[in-house]
Design a protein around this ligand. Structure first.
Ligand code: GP9
Ligand code: MN
Length: 626
């Protein structure tokens, strides 16, 4: 024991360096699955910068404990980043710290992302702590209060390490794929690269002009992807729901695979199935999630604004101080009452800022609902609809058209449905499995929606109301639901990207015969689609959107970031994920989900989507403050 203490006391710098580098190796293995020596050198440079600074500013006596604390801090960062990676599939940047206050509420989800092996990051610390406690009394305390030793060498090492880090960062600065960039630079240098890029972007935007951005957007879209702009006349179904009430339902963690699925002969989504098969709804089977760091709240943002989440922060947090030309704001101007309903606290994900930013007149959150203790987020979906419907009925009786959004939560991870709320029997093979819980939860969500529809019908409101339904994001974690297992249990074709990111999108327009469509789309397409049906002339109002009206689209490209690296897109044929750039990327056929070897003809789509998302970021950053 004394030997360990002595080694550590003699050279806390080197001991810490070696220990942290071992953890960097582990970090790469856990997250990237590979360890390359040249990449470890990038880590080493960054670690040396930190250690040299500490070495220079700490007196000898304090070095052992200070290096110990530093080791602890870095270990905690590596541990947290690994847990985050296992849940989101990306390396977090410093901006994810904003979300820390939310962690308590999604405790169950965080716990499920922690694997016992991740605790190995703390093993040495435990050993060091125990050993130093045991030997502390017997240690001779001849370490005086000297200044740091050999400052010249340390200074030179610091300059070399900063220089090396700088060179690494400069070389990989422009890689748009965050995952590749993080892997190449290492977790620490990656933070620096992100900060530099963000600063550059903000500088450029400070001198930006919203009209110029709108012009560039029009040129980009008209140049390549806007066939409706070249056609004469009004778009198809323009104003088909003009003056109607609008109810927009966001289904929590709802994947499209659940729609139409049967288990043991029972329909999992009888209500949605009925809307599609018997009630003439439009149903888009190839729509994909596009949320960023704000998760559920970002989906609310996407569908109301048609603007991409920047991915670097929750839109509610970053842009809650703006006046966004979103559907609620535009419809308020048309005389609509605009309400949103969500059983959780409105402060969760800063919705208290986002809702006014989107232009909602009023929000209904936790205090408005009787807590029937459905799950950690609060009351059940049926309680949300019960309260919400009473409000809508009032508007109806007062003759006011309304735009109402409902954000469901009953199918939130970990998908446990209290016994008395269950409406489906899952097969024995799925008992106590996440997939089994997921079926029960999505089935309940569907059931509760059915209650709202019944209320609307009973009160003669159904024929005056357009209903829009979509999913916010995936629910099934791949770790707990291996692809073969899902395919075998559900008897479907599935994969963990195309299949997992595919969410339902349905629109029921009273008196209009809808149909199912394979047209590819994303959540940013919801706003222009709904606007067209309501007869809102976005262009005429000077509103820019970054999605397309799916009723008038036959060619589409939508971008995804955060859950996939920037530059990833879905078009009508493939899902594409870039490597360092386009050429070393990978593509999968949307229909078969099989790899596509030659994707060279889609290069223009890659350039287009990078440009489009850049313009979207510019546009949102230039939006006026409220
Ligand atoms: C509920 C919601 C949580 O308030 O924000 O959903 P998540 O973002 O964890 O999917
Ligand atoms: Mn969600």
């Amino acid at each position: 024991m004394n030997a360990i203490t002595n080694v550590y006391r003699q050279s806390p710098f080197w001991a810490t360096f070696i220990l942290i580098m071992l953890k960097m190796v582990l970090f790469r293995q856990f997250n990237f699955g590979t360890i390359q020596i040249d990449r470890l050198l990038a880590d080493a440079a960054a670690v040396l910068v930190i250690l040299c600074v500490i070495e220079l500013i700490t007196t000898r006596r304090w070095k052992p404990p200070v290096f110990g604390v530093l080791n602890g801090l870095l270990s905690l960062i590596l541990f947290a980043c690994t847990v985050y990676f296992s849940f989101f599939g990306s390396v977090p940047t410093y901006s994810a710290l904003h979300g820390l206050d939310q962690v308590g509420q999604v405790k169950d989800s965080v716990e499920s992302a922690i694997s016992i092996k991740f605790f190995v990051f703390f093993l040495d610390l435990i050993v060091l702590l125990v050993v130093s406690l045991v030997t502390i009394r017997s240690s001779n305390r001849k370490n005086g209060n000297n200044a740091a030793g050999k400052p010249l060498y340390v200074g030179i090492a610091l300059i070399v390490a900063i220089g090396a880090s700088f060179l690494y960062i400069r070389q990989d600065m422009d890689i748009s794929n965050e995952l590749v960039q993080a892997e190449r630079l290492g977790v620490l240098n990656y933070q620096v690269a992100t900060a530099i890029n963000e600063r550059k972007e903000n500088e450029a935007i400070k001198n930006g002009d919203p009209d110029k951005t709108a012009e560039e957007l029009a040129a980009l879209v008209n140049g390549q992807y806007n066939e409706e702009a070249t056609e004469a006349g009004t778009p198809k179904l323009f104003g088909a729901a003009k003056g109607k009430n609008v109810i927009v339902i966001q289904l929590e963690s709802f994947q499209d695979i659940m729609v139409g699925l049967k288990v043991d002969g029972q329909e999992v989504t009888p209500v949605l199935n009925d809307l599609i098969a018997n009630q003439n709804s439009f149903y888009f089977t190839n729509v994909f999630q596009q949320i960023g760091q704000g998760n559920t709240s970002d989906a609310e943002w996407n569908v109301n604004t048609g603007i991409y989440p920047t991915g670097t922060e929750a839109m509610s947090k970053g842009y809650g101080d703006r006046a966004v030309p979103a559907l609620p704001r535009l419809l308020s101007e048309e005389g609509y009452v605009t309400n949103t309903f969500h059983v959780n606290d409105v402060t969760f994900w800063d919705r208290n800022k986002m809702y006014p930013a989107l232009g909602f007149d009023k929000y209904y959150d936790r205090p408005y609902f009787n807590d029937d203790k459905f799950n950690a987020l609060g009351a059940s979906d049926e309680e949300m609809y019960r309260v919400g419907f009473q409000e809508l009925l009032k508007h109806h009786k007062e003759g006011k058209p309304f735009y109402a959004q409902f954000v469901t939560t009953s199918s939130h991870h970990p998908f446990w449905v209290p016994e008395k709320f269950k409406h489906i029997e899952i097969p024995a093979s799925l008992e106590k499995k996440q997939l089994g819980y997921y079926i029960e939860a999505t089935n309940y969500t569907d059931y509760a929606l059915g209650l709202l529809i019944e209320d609307l019908k009973k009160n003669d409101m159904w024929d005056d109301t357009m209903l829009v339904v979509y999913g916010d994001h995936f629910g099934l974690q791949t770790k707990e639901n291996p692809i073969e297992f899902v395919e075998e249990e559900l008897g479907i074709k599935y994969d963990d990207r195309i299949g997992r990111f595919n969410v339902p999108f349905l629109v029921h327009v009273p008196g209009v015969k809808g149909e199912s469509s394979k047209q590819v789309g994303g959540q940013v397409d919801v706003m222009p689609t709904v606007a067209n049906l309501l007869g809102l002339d976005l262009k005429g109002k000077g509103v820019s959107v970054f999605g397309k009206d799916l009723m008038n689209t036959t060619k589409n490209v939508i971008g995804m970031r955060y859950y996939l690296p920037t530059g990833s897109f879905f078009n009508d044929d493939i899902m594409f994920i870039p490597g360092k750039g386009f050429d070393d990327g990978t593509a999968y056929d949307i229909e078969t989900m099989e790899p596509v070897a030659d994707f060279s003809k889609y290069r223009a789509d890659y350039d287009y989507i990078l440009n489009l998302m850049k313009l979207s970021d510019e546009y949102v950053k230039l939006l006026p403050k409220r």
